[in-house]
Write a protein that binds this ligand. Sequence first.
Ligand code: HEM
Ligand code: CA
Ligand code: CA
Length: 310
Amino acid sequence: QGNRGSSRGGGRRPHVGFYGNRCRNVESIVRSVVQSHVRSNPTNAPGILRMHFHDCFVNGCDGSVLIAGNTTERTAGPNRSLRGFEVIEEAKTRLEAACPRTVSCADILTLAARDSVVLTGGQSWAVPLGRLDGKVSRASDVNLPGPNDPVSKQKQDFAAKTLNTLDLVTLVGGHTIGTAGCGLVRGRFFNFNGTGQPDPTIDPSFVSLIQARCPQNGGTRVKLDSGSVDKFDTSFLRNVRTGRVVLQSDQLLWRDPETRAIIERLLGLRRPFLRFGSEFGNSMVKMSLIGVKTGSDGEIRRVCSAILKV
Ligand code: HEM
Ligand SMILES: [Ca+2]
Ligand SMILES: [Ca+2]
């Protein structure tokens, strides 16, 4: 026990209750920090959920996205608009005081993502813990699905991470909270594929709404779910069905027969029905186990923004 390092999880798989007596209050500490930051700034909830996705899809759920530096993942295009780093860091500071060198930043981010969903009204789930923090973070490793990707590419990218098409549709349902930069959506609403016209699959009344929010020479960010940007519900999926979402990758999920059928099942329009609330937790647990490190390829950082010095 002199060296807790040997019991940091070498060879073990993450499981619910991993910290046990070694850090009794890990979940309540993370929850209270996330709660206070989401209350003071609600954009932290979507920010943290997206950060967890961007962590898991690049070198596994190992906190690699949290590392600061000139050439780390954080500097890559899709990560420049991430928010909530200070929330994870504050939880880490509190946990280092309560249980020194015990709780990984990868686990903190995973818990914080679950808490962000619950704080916005989503259904809770039990989070397997015991991930170690990774020791590399390179901008050049960042290769995430993009907002104009066809469904075939989205399916491929998720399959490459052991996630199936139900996981894809369910997890993209996370776009029920948060916003997107106007720069990523304007093209579709003013000049779709060089036609000089908006994408014809968009509901016309929604076209004018977004054109007003993201005019050609202005605007900042738009809601991913125009129905309830702060509420974790099925409103986003209903908006996919009616052609009222801003990202092309999201709208395309209604054109592909397989992903369309899953949306219908999640909305209770097609049997066998699926419940978005519980499916989201199931798929999040799967995503949170991608490429997890539990041996010598990992460590417990002291601060989440820096790899331990050797
Ligand atoms: C095909 C897969 C996906 C694509 C192409 C995609 C794309 C995007 C894009 C382009 C944005 C806007 C970013 C910005 O302008 O700042 C965004 C935001 C967001 N994404 Fe995704 N995403 C995908 C999957 C996911 C998954 C799996 C999750 C989590 C489960 C997720 C959660 C979020 C959240 C919460 C936001 C809002 C962030 C904020 O408000 O700060 N996305 N996504
Ligand atoms: Ca990672
Ligand atoms: Ca919503």
